[in-house]
Structure formats: structure tokens, C-alpha cells
Ligand binder design. Sequence first.
Ligand code: HEC
Length: 195
Amino acid sequence: MKKIYALTLALAFTACSNTSTKKVAQDAPFKYIVNPTVQTKGMQQIKGLIEGHLKPALMTEMKKDTSGMSGMELCSASAKGIESAYNESLPKDSNVRRTALKYRNPENKPDAIDVAVMNNLKENKNFNPVVIELDNHYRVYKALPTMKPCLACHGDTTAMNSSVKEMINKKYPTDLASNFKENEFRGVIVSEIQK
Ligand code: HEC
């Protein structure tokens, strides 16, 4: 039970970081591939961001304040910095970011390839990593389910803590990432690895 909770929280931390600046062409063709080397490298980077960086920061805030307010403050104020610092520490060929079909932060907006892959993952209820190949790079996608602790900030807005709701309205007026139910497809973490 303890382990499950820790994992859930670990995933919650992925909630708070932001997109990076390394971008690629949005309409490039891609194909799904099986490449254990790329998948392992991508998953290491995805887990490294969660376990080593975002998790400790958000864990502290969620313990301090279970309403989610401190967590919201952390996410909106420092998550971006945490993620870009992590990306700075990665080799130059790699980059990790989060995105979603229904996103909260416009900076996490998906590109056309992200949308195609996410529609696929969502339809197939696939929460395992998948690897795609493009002309000049690979992407490893890991889907995230919405779990109970996520609902504090992504759940039913009528049941949400009023301060959290107010902060979402203020900071993210175009928010699409509320009113999720448990175990829905929430979004992905993507590792991009140059060839
Ligand atoms: C303490 C509040 C809070 C909790 C708990 C939380 N999130 Fe979020 N989440 C946010 C905020 C705020 C953002 C937007 C900030 C940013 O990262 O730019 C966000 C963004 C995200 C994003 C990036 C795409 C987007 O919508 O901008 C994903 C994916 C995500 N959350 C998934 C989750 C999952 C899965 C959980 C539970 C395991 C979770 N979140 C729990 C507050 C939270």
C-alpha cells in the first residue's frame, strides 16, 4: 500500500514541470518501432526527472498542505525551472517534456505527432512505454493515468478545494485539464532522443 502511494505521488510530481525549448518539425512522418535500447534510455530519463527531481519537491509540498494549494504554487512557480534544470543535466541529444490532449499550461501544448500518438494510447488504454521513429530523432512516450491524488488539482471542479480552483482559474484561464475521473488517460511524459 505504501509503495502504491509512493508511486502515485511520484507521478503527481510529473504533473508540475514544463516543456523544454528544443523543438522539432510538427508534421514530420513517424512510425512505431521496437527498440529496447532507445526505450530503456528514454525511460531512464523519464524516471530520472520524476524520482530525482520533481518528486522530492512536490512530496514536501503535499505533505505540508494536503489541500494541494502549496503543490499548485510549486507547480506554477518552480516546476518549469526544475524541468529545464533537469534537461540541462541530460546529454545534448536528449530532452524530456510533458504534454496532454487536455492540457492546463499552454506551454505544454502537444504537436501533431504527440496528438496522434496520444489518441492511439488513449484508445488502446495503453500505459506502457511506446517508441516512435522520426527522420532525425526518436521519442519514447509514457502515458499517465489520472490517480486519486491527481484529482485534487485535475478532478471535478465542483468538488475541488476552492482556493485551488481559484488559482487554476487565475493562472490558467484556458485550462482544459480539470474534471478528470480516476484511471482516465491524463497525458504523457515524452523523452526525445536525437539520432
Ligand atoms: C498540486 C496540484 C496538482 C496535482 C496534485 C497534480 N497536478 Fe498535474 N498539473 C498541475 C499544474 C498546476 C499543471 C500546469 C503547470 C505546468 O506544469 O506547467 C499540471 C500539469 C500537468 C501535466 C502537463 C500537461 C498540462 O496539462 O499542462 C500533466 C501530464 C499532469 N499535470 C498530470 C498529472 C497527474 C497524472 C497527476 C497525478 C499523478 C497530477 N497531474 C497531479 C497541478 C497538479
